[in-house]
Design a protein around this ligand. Structure first.
Ligand code: SF4
Ligand code: SF4
Length: 447
């Protein structure tokens, strides 16, 4: 075992030692119920979790089902009377269970396949929506940066890069000494961890975290909820970093006084609903505080299924029907309550709702769109929402043609077919896929 694996084992063992076996974590787990596991067997499942932690070997069948259902909602941690970080414990136990269940080369191949697929989609979508100088700025090596604050994007937000540009505008308005870093060269390694390819995870995710420290930055602002969870719950506990780490929404909420003084008064009148997810620090509260401070914005609070997963997609995508019901339920409740806008917190949620305008009389924006606009900045086109709405594609195609050329990237028909599937097979609200497939197929064929 590597030193890193030893440290993970120590974290899991400490959780098992503190656990009283009360079973509360299993009783409240939404994905355990979704998978048909009986809450009456809570004590048995937790005993199996402790046994796996202490003895290794394969997980018992009931435990294996629980572990593989987990989508990281953290309801277990919130419910634990002992204050144990049960989500962290489950994450490490899941790694051990997969390690015991299949050869290491299968895990490595599976992780590499998922990473390759993601990297290809991110590279194409970023190259279709961003100029080359911005992409180069984001992808430059973290350890060579000199700014005091690093805004770390992760990989997948580059599918909806207007969000990155908004955050940069907001940090600029705060006159912060910051630099932006991200892309697949700075991946948090989530696929390798999930697939139990720990040696590669250490070379990717663990290394990315170390590179932040090598830059000398005093603070790293995360964007992606998955990176925030991985770095905040694994890396930070494995080895204390030399920098502060937290989600950008929390940082902005902590600087609300300065932002509020900069907000322009003539904001559009709107009634908005936040599409909420619990499970990542104080992000829901932070986004709410930021929005409430925007002139002419009324925030409506609707009951919603915010505890099912920490973000849309990812591990929660295993429960497509539940996710789809959450999306539909919120859009319908928002319309019934007289809202005109749904505000997303994260990029994967933004992708899920980006096409809602084709289905409901609602606008969909990310909270960073609203804050940047209130500062008199922002206004970056959301091309991804044009893709998802499925209407006229001329503006999106002509931007993509320009950006692809600037990035020196050529697209072919096969990659556009794969990208179409990637965009439209995700759970979420959308118009028809034909407009995107037709327009971008044409771009691939004729430039
Ligand atoms: S993180 Fe959420 S889904 Fe995973 S075990 Fe805990 S409650 Fe269940
Ligand atoms: S809720 Fe906490 S103490 Fe109770 S079984 Fe779960 S981890 Fe153990």
């Amino acid at each position: 075992m590597s030193a890193y694996a030893d440290r993970l084992q120590a974290l899991a063992s400490a959780a098992a030692d503190r656990c009283t076996g009360c079973g509360r974590c299993f009783e409240v787990c939404p994905t355990a119920r979704e998978s048909g596991l009986d809450s009456g067997e809570a004590k048995q499942r937790v005993a199996e979790l402790s046994a796996l932690t202490r003895e290794g070997d394969r997980a018992a069948a009931g435990l294996e089902k629980w572990l593989s259902a987990c989508d990281g909602s953290a309801r277990c941690s919130a419910a634990c009377p002992e204050g144990i970080n049960v989500r962290q414990w489950i994450t490490i136990a899941k790694l051990k269970a997969v390690e015991a269940a299949r050869p290491a080369e299968h895990s490595a191949a599976s992780a590499a396949g998922r990473f390759r697929h993601m990297a290809q989609a991110v590279r194409l979508l970023a190259s279709m929506q961003l100029p080359s100088e911005t992409l180069r700025q984001i992808l430059a090596p973290a350890e060579k940066r000199t700014a005091d604050v690093l805004f770390y994007t992760g990989c997948n937000v580059l599918r909806t890069p207007h969000i990155v540009l908004n955050v940069m505008d907001i940090l600029d308005a705060l006159q912060l000494d910051f630099d932006v870093v991200g892309g697949t060269a700075h991946c948090c390694g989530v696929y390798q961890f999930q697939e139990a390819d720990l040696p590669t995870y250490e070379r990717i995710g663990h290394r990315t975290f170390q590179r932040f420290g090598q830059s000398g930055a005093s603070r790293v602002l995360t964007w992606c909820p998955t990176c925030t969870k991985n770095f905040g719950e694994l890396e930070k506990d494995v080895e204390a970093p030399s920098f502060d780490l937290g989600h950008v929404s929390e940082f902005l909420a902590a600087n609300l006084g300065t932002l509020e003084a900069l907000f322009e008064a003539d904001q559009p009148k709107r009634r908005v609903v936040i599409h909420e997810h619990l499970g990542i620090g104080a992000t829901v509260e932070s986004v709410g505080r930021l929005l409430r401070a925007v002139p002419n914005l009324e925030l409506l609070e609707l009951p919603q299924d915010s505890g099912f997963s920490y973000a849309c997609g990812g591990q929660a995508a295993k429960f497509k029907e539940r996710e789809a019901a959450i999306h539909r339920g919120l859009a319908e409740a928002a319309v019934a309550a007289g809202a005109d806008t749904i505000v997303t917190m994260y990029h994967s949620c933004h992708r899920a709702f980006a096409g809602a305008e084709a289905v409901y009389p609602l606008k969909v924006v990310n909270f960073t769109d609203v804050i940047a606009e209130a500062l008199g900045r922002g206004g970056h086109p959301d091309y991804y929402s044009l893709y998802k709405k499925g209407g006229a594609m001329d503006e999106a195609v002509s931007a993509a043609r320009r950006f692809l050329q600037s990035n020196g990237v050529r697209i072919d028909e096969a990659s556009m077919q794969s990208l179409t599937a990637d965009i439209f097979n995700e759970t979420g609200l959308a118009g028809p896929r034909d407009a995107f497939a037709r327009a971008f197929g044409e771009l691939a064929r004729h430039g």
